[in-house]
Design a protein around this ligand. Structure first.
Ligand code: NAD
Length: 407
C-alpha cells in the first residue's frame, strides 16, 4: 500500500519528464531487499526472534542511505517505499547518495535497555554484509536514536576489525556525530517554511502533529521566529491553546508527563481533530498516511509542511492541490536530516570536525537552493511542489543512470 503510493507519485511525475528506459526500469523495484531473523536472549533467559529488514533501493548516485525504524508495523512494503523515497530525497537535496531503509518489527517500549542493545547489535550482525561506509549507510528513524546508532557502529567496528564511524550517522558526538544533526530535520523544514513565506503570505498560526524529534524542534524554531504554535499532538492525543504554547513550558510538561495534552488549560483534541484545525500552517511530523481522501477536504491550513515521510496520500494530494493548499513535500521538507547525515559522514571520512554554525550555514545554503529550484519547476510547469521535486530528483537520477550506461 505505501509502496504503491510511492509508485503513484512517480507515475504522476513521469508525465512531466522524459526518462531513459533504463532509469524507469531500475526504479520499479529495489536493487536489494533483505529480511532476516534476529534472535535475542531476553532478560528472563528466554529467546525471542525479531524480524529485521534492509532495502537498498537505488544506488545510481552513490552509496545507499537511509534510517532504521523500530515499530510494530514495520514490514517490507513500508521499508521498500521509504527506501525509494530516500533515493528521491537524496537527489532532490543533491547529495551523492542513493536510497536505502531498514527496520525491525518491534515495539521498543516493551524492551529493557539491555534487550534493546542486544537487538540493535543483532541487527548489525545480520546486516553487516549489506551495509558499509561506501555501500549503505544507515541512520536513525522512528524510535531509534543516537544510542542505537552507537551500539550499531560499535558492533560493525568489532566485526570489521577497525574503528568505522562512517558506517552509520546520527551518532552521539563522542563517537563521531555531527553538531546540528539532532535537530537538522526540523532546521531544514524551517528553512523551507521561511522561504515559502517569502513567496506568499500564509499567516503565523501553526498546528503540529507529532511532538517527537522533528516536531518538537520545529515548534522551537517556529516559535523563535514569531510563529504561534496553537496545537500539538503526540501518540496519546492532541492539545489546543488559543494564545499559543510557550515552548519551554511545553517541553517541561512533555518531559514530565510524557504527553502534550497534560499542558494546563488546553482543550484536548483527538488524533483527527488536530489535522482539521483552523490554522495557517499544518506540520505533519508523525507517521505516514495521515491526510487521506477521507479528511483532505476538511483541511483548513493554507500550507502543509511534511516533516514525516509519506503523510499525505496521492488521492489527498489531488484534493489539496485543487483547494490551493501549498505543500512542502517530505522529500524536500525533511531532507535536512539526511543532508546533515551526509555532513557527518564527510567529517568522519575526513577525521576533521566542523563548528555548529558551519554545519547550519552549509545546510541553509543547500535547503534554500533546492527549495528555489523546486519552486521554479513548480511555477514553470504549473505542477504541485511534490511533482516538481520528483521532476528535479528524477532528472538527476536519470543523468547518473545514463552516464553509467548500465549493461
Ligand atoms: P519520533 O519517534 O521522535 O517522534 C514521533 C512522534 O510522533 C512521537 O511524539 C509520537 O508520540 C508521535 N505520534 C505517533 N503516532 C501519532 C499519532 N497518531 N498522532 C500524533 N502523533 C503521533 O520520530 P521523529 O524522528 O520525530 O520522526 C517523525 C517523522 O519524521 C517520521 O515519519 C520520520 O520518518 C520522519 N523523519 C525524521 C527524521 C529525523 O531525522 N528524525 C528525518 C526525516 C524524516
Amino acid at each position: 500500500m505505501v509502496f504503491e503510493n510511492a509508485q503513484k507519485q512517480l507515475e504522476k511525475a513521469k508525465k512531466h519528464i522524459e526518462l531513459a528506459q533504463e532509469t524507469e526500469e531500475t526504479l520499479k523495484n529495489p536493487k536489494e531487499a533483505f529480511i532476516f531473523s534476529i534472535p535475542v536472549r531476553m532478560d528472563d533467559g528466554s529467546l525471542k526472534v525479531f524480524m529485521g529488514h534492509r532495502v537498498r533501493f537505488n544506488d545510481a548516485r552513490g552509496p545507499t542511505k537511509g534510517g532504521i525504524r523500530y515499530h510494530p508495523r514495520v514490514n517490507i512494503d513500508e521499508v521498500k517505499a521509504l527506501a525509494f523515497w530516500m533515493a528521491i530525497k537524496c537527489a532532490v537535496i543533491n547529495i551523492p547518495y542513493g536510497g536505502g531503509k531498514g527496520g525491525i518489527t518491534v515495539d521498543p517500549r516493551q524492551l529493557s535497555k539491555t534487550e534493546l542493545e542486544r537487538l540493535s547489535r543483532g541487527w548489525m550482525r545480520a546486516a553487516c554484509r549489506i551495509v558499509g561506509p561506501d555501500r549503505d549507510i544507515p541512520a536513525p528513524d522512528v524510535y531509534t536514536n543516537a544510542q542505537v546508532m552507537a551500539w550499531m557502529m560499535d558492533e560493525y567496528s568489532v566485526l570489521a576489525g577497525k574503528y568505522s564511524p562512517a558506517v552509520i550517522t546520527g551518532k552521539p558526538l563522542s563517537l563521531g556525530g555531527s553538531l546540528g544533526r539532532s535537530y537538522a530535520t526540523a532546521q531544514g523544514g524551517y528553512y523551507c517554511t521561511r522561504e515559502a513565506a517569502k513567496k506568499n503570505e500564509y499567516g503565523k498560526t501553526v498546528a503540529i502533529q507529532g511532538f517527537g524529534n522533528a516536531g518538537s524542534h520545529m515548534a522551537r524554531l517556529l516559535s523563535a521566529d514569531g510563529y504561534k504554535v496553537i496545537a500539538v499532538s503526540d501518540s496519546k492525543g492532541g492539545a489546543y491553546l488559543e494564545e499559543g504554547f510557550d515552548f519551554d513550558k511545553l517541553m517541561e510538561v512533555k518531559g514530565r508527563e510524557k504527553r502534550v495534552d497534560a499542558f494546563p488549560g488546553v482543550k484536548k483534541l483527538d488524533h483527527k481533530e488536530i489535522l482539521e484545525l483552523d490554522c495557517d500552517i499544518l506540520v505533519l511530523a508523525a507517521l505516514e498516511n495521515q491526510v487521506t481522501e477521507e479528511n483532505a477536504e476538511r483541511i483548513k491550513a493554507k500550507m502543509i509542511v511534511e516533516l514525516a515521510n509519506g503523510p499525505t496520500t496521492p488521492e489527498a494530494d489531488d484534493i489539496l492541490h485543487k483547494k490551493g493548499v501549498f505543500i512542502i513535500p517530505d522529500i524536500l521538507a525533511n531532507a535536512g536530516g539526511v543532508c546533515v547525515s551526509y555532513f557527518e559522514w564527510v567529517q568522519n571520512k575526513y577525521g576533521f570536525y566542523w563548528k555548529e554554525d558551519e554545519v547550519n550555514a552549509r545546510l541553509e545554503e543547500k535547503m534554500v537552493k533546492e527549495f528555489e529550484t523546486t519552486f521554479s519547476i513548480h511555477r514553470e510547469k504549473e505542477i504541485d511542489m511534490r511533482t516538481a521535486a520528483y521532476v528535479l530528483a528524477l532528472g538527476r537520477i536519470d543523468e547518473a543512470t545514463k552516464d553509467k550506461a548500465l549493461y
